[in-house]
Design a protein around this ligand. Structure first.
Ligand SMILES: [Zn+2]
Length: 435
């Protein structure tokens, strides 16, 4: 008996990757992956829209998985839900009179933190977006500010104005702030020489509603204050315009696939039970409506202690490099990708740099918030986004997925993350974005 065991041990030592591969193949099971993703993308989740019954159901399911896996709640939370309040503003009526003339409904749009009534320009800043300016960046800067302003927009921007107006007119969602803000922006298409008189009336209903990430933790054995985060967003678009009788945007690939990876990796690492660093598993909410979940999450911990974030988005269909491959956004920004590649040497799987840099994917998912805070936070994906016809349609459903691709990618993430989880490798930091 003894000699056989010795041989077995020697064989394992000679082929360490093989040993780990056996672990991932044994502990990450196709049928469990299938069960999780089928559940998350089922019609009864109603497309997991923020503030919906469906997302509530999805969160409850993920909590159950984290509990069954034996994870611990995140510091400060009593359960796996990390809840926070959002303020939803829905406009009821709006009217603008400028220099004695009513502005037509198509030619103005406004947003505010509450109902308001202006009878003159007193206390109101008048801003002009003239033809020589960049409308989008001016618009974004104003939206991010706490200003009370009348914004006069050059008619050369009429097309962009028409595009953003319908969405802005539906109202908006924002974090509930600790201090009362009194911001209001009124955009009017057309720049008169002078603003002599102004009257604006805006009525809106304001409703406070909770959102919740689902977060579970496996404390680190020797480096508990160094966090390795695995994340994916569990929200999606909800109900869309019907297409061939189907109106549920199931979001099977986007991002039930990534959420499934997060749950599966949590179970895997809990069973291994050898992580030196603390592992945090998070299903982010409200990615599709503005990344509120990841923004809130990033404020609940010290980003300097976050070693890295594996954000997993859309791994449900083979990547353009063929099977057993995935890509990493922002590959060149840290050596995260190089570490992962090194850990996969001797296996069939390969990670590539993002082949679609023009799509700006690095800034289009939940990794962006932590990356801006200096964390090597990258997104792993296999989606061929420029040609993916199912993306953000009711056709993104379970039947369109390649489960083998999902399982292979999850196993590859498990294998490639091991030296970071053990504390042996630490990805280089990303420069913090100046505010
Ligand atoms: Zn997504």
């Amino acid at each position: 008996m003894r000699i056989k065991i010795l041989i077995a041990i020697t064989a394992l030592a000679a082929a360490p990757v093989l040993g780990f591969c056996q672990d991932v193949n044994k502990l990450i099971k196709q049928d469990d992956v299938e069960r999780i993703i089928k559940t998350l993308s089922a019609d009864d989740m109603e497309g997991r829209a923020t503030f919906s019954r469906g997302i509530e159901k999805a969160a409850t399911f993920i909590e159950g998985e984290f509990k069954a896996a034996g994870l611990k709640p995140f510091t400060g939370n009593t359960g796996f839900r990390q809840s926070f309040n959002m303020v939803r503003t829905t406009p009821v009526s709006a009217k603008v009179t400028l220099n004695g003339t009513d502005v037509t409904a198509e030619s103005f749009v406004m947003g505010a933190s509450s109902s308001f009534n202006w009878t003159s320009t007193a206390g109101i800043e008048v801003v002009k977006i003239t033809a020589d300016k960049n409308f989008i960046s001016e618009y974004q800067a104003l939206a991010a500010s706490d200003k009370k302003a009348l914004v006069l927009v050059d008619t050369s921007f009429a097309k962009i104005f028409d595009r953003i107006a319908p969405r802005a007119k539906r109202g908006g969602t924002s974090f509930k702030s600790a201090t009362a803000v009194d911001k209001a922006l009124v955009f009017v298409l057309g720049v008169p020489d002078d603003v002599k008189t102004l009257a604006v009336n805006y009525e809106a209903t304001i409703k406070e509603q909770p959102l919740f990430n689902v977060v579970g933790v496996i404390p680190g054995k020797s480096k508990p204050n160094e966090y390795v985060v695995f994340g994916g967003h569990y929200d999606h678009l909800g109900i869309l315009k019907p297409m061939e009788g189907d109106s549920i945007a199931n979001g099977a690939d986007d991002d039930a696939s990534g959420t499934t990876a997060v749950i599966t990796l949590a179970k895997y690492y809990k069973k291994l039970n050898n992580n030196e660093r603390t592992l945090i598993f998070v299903a982010f909410t409200a990615e599709e409506t503005g990344g509120y979940g990841s923004q809130y999450f990033s404020k609940q911990l010290d980003p300097d202690k976050v070693v890295t974030l594996f954000n997993i988005e859309m791994i449900g269909k083979p990547a353009k490099f063929g099977e057993n491959s995935a890509f990493i956004t922002g590959f060149e920004r840290s050596d995260f990708g190089t570490i992962l590649q090194k850990n996969l040497e001797g296996t069939a799987f390969k990670f590539y740099p993002d082949p679609y840099p023009e799509q700006n994917l690095f800034y289009r998912s939940d990794n962006a918030t932590l990356a801006a805070l200096g964390v090597p936070a990258h997104t792993i994906s296999t989606d061929q986004i420029p040609t993916d016809k199912l993306y953000h349609t009711v056709k993104d459903e379970y039947s369109s997925l390649d489960v083998n691709n999902i399982v292979a990618t999850i196993r590859a993430i498990a294998l490639s993350s091991r030296s970071i989880v053990s504390g042996k490798d630490t990805p280089t930091r990303i420069p913090k974005l100046e505010k």
